[in-house]
Ligand binder design. Structure first.
Ligand code: GLA
Length: 402
């Protein structure tokens, strides 16, 4: 009898354990299935409490024409930026026409999925139609006309999304590499105070919206000095500026982690937040004549041998390069995590490698691999590496608190 009871009991225990194991396996595989094989925790969960994890989205994604992408985006990211649809040429293509169809859909997508919505961008030298700077005869407009156009544009666009968009890249890329103001049409026609005016108009249009200055390569000291001057001069006049966006179009060996830390610290001292706004890592060989960062010039290559050298991974990134990319991403995120009190958001410039602008810039037609998801929408080693960095950071914080 006693033996019988024992046997029954152990049988019961084994059955229970088996059931439990079965439950765990089915739960894990369910989680994986539900999230297109994204493991748990997802990016936004891993970084919760540190900073927002954002993504620049394109039309196929925010109109939900690409359901696989939508699933990855909503699982992993809690902030969105528009890749193109809020740029001047998209929303205000001619003097009397504002076209908000796509921009509205972008904002609806963010609201529907409870994401922090970022506006990009109001005043820039690029992707801004020529009519903005010219009269009907094609002559350069005067300062007052351009200021009035800028004011109308900013009031209309910022005003439309008042209370929905959390913050705007008000001015994009106003600086040269040497830290002086870029000789854009904005500077030529209005003068250096065009930056202050843009921030002032944005604040008038939505007094609650956050305002950012956004640029690339400000990790390099001369250019950073220019960005510091911009922040200081806005603050000196009591004009709102909440954060500086470091675009984060990085290379495997530039910038150094030290340059990044110095940049974060310099802006922290000025009392503004820092955002990494357009993160990607170019893994292809450099092309002579290209400045890197957000330099948008196109270089065409006709020599087949040179092409082969410049496009070495058309069939996928080799394992050792995946490892190196994962390590580079992990190192960057360790720095971002260390400065989580200053960094409020890290946004990737695109979801999958296949859609990255780096396949077209500076050399159109190459196969770059700069992001966290490959051309088949599969998370790369870099994806897991930054989640691990977040987990390690969290447990080191807990140990500190003990
Ligand atoms: C710059 C701009 C972005 C985008 C990228 C490249 O960094 O700020 O809007 O155009 O270049 O795609």
């Amino acid at each position: 009898m006693a033996v019988q009871t024992l046997t029954n009991k152990s049988h019961y225990q084994i059955t229970r354990q088996l059931c439990w194991a079965f439950f765990l396996i089915s739960t894990i595989s369910c989680t994986a299935n539900n999230s297109t094989n994204t493991p748990s925790p997802t990016l936004k969960d891993a970084f919760r409490g540190q900073f927002l994890i954002g993504i620049a989205v394109n039309e196929r994604q925010f109109t939900e024409a690409d359901p696989k992408a939508v699933q990855l985006i909503t699982n992993n990211f809690n902030s969105i930026s528009p890749e193109n649809v809020l740029k001047w040429q998209s929303v205000h293509p001619s003097p009397e026409t504002y076209t908000f169809d796509m921009a509205d859909k972008f904002v609806e997508f963010g609201l529907k999925h409870n994401m922090v919505i970022i506006g990009h961008t109001l005043v820039w030298h690029h992707q801004t139609p020529l009519w903005v700077f010219q009269n009907e005869k094609g002559e350069k407009v005067d300062r007052e006309t351009l200021i009035a156009r800028m004011r109308d544009h900013i009031h209309t666009v910022v005003g439309r999304y008042k209370g929905k968009i959390k913050g705007w890249d008000v001015v994009n890329e106003a600086l040269n590499e040497n830290g002086q103001l870029r000789r854009s049409r904005w500077l030529e026609i209005i003068g250096p105070d065009y930056i202050k005016l843009a921030f002032k108009f944005a604040h008038e249009a939505d007094p609650d919206v956050e305002l950012y200055y956004n640029d690339y390569s400000i990790e390099n000291e001369p250019k950073r000095r220019g960005a510091i001057e911009i922040v200081k001069s806005l603050k000196a006049e009591g004009i709102r500026i909440d954060a500086v966006g470091m675009q984060g179009h990085y290379l495997m060996n530039w910038p150094t982690l030290q340059q990044i830390e110095n940049t974060i610290n310099d802006f922290k001292k000025l009392g503004v937040k820092v955002m990494i706004t357009e993160l990607d890592i170019d893994v292809l060989p450099r092309v002579e004549g290209h400045l890197g960062g957000g330099d948008i010039r196109t270089i065409r290559i006709t020599d087949p041998q040179r092409w082969h050298e410049l496009d070495p991974y058309p069939d996928g990134l080799p394992e050792e390069k995946q490892d190196a990319l994962a390590q580079r991403y992990a190192e960057l995120f360790k720095v971002f995590l260390k400065h989580h009190d200053t960094i409020s958001r890290v946004t990737f410039w695109g979801l999958t490698d296949g859609e990255s602008w780096l396949n077209y810039n500076p050399v159109p037609g190459r196969h770059n691999h700069p992001l966290l998801f490959d051309r088949q929408y599969k998370p790369k080693k870099a994806y897991y590496a930054i989640i691990r960095a977040a987990q390690e950071f969290e447990s080191s914080q807990k140990n500190k608190d003990k």
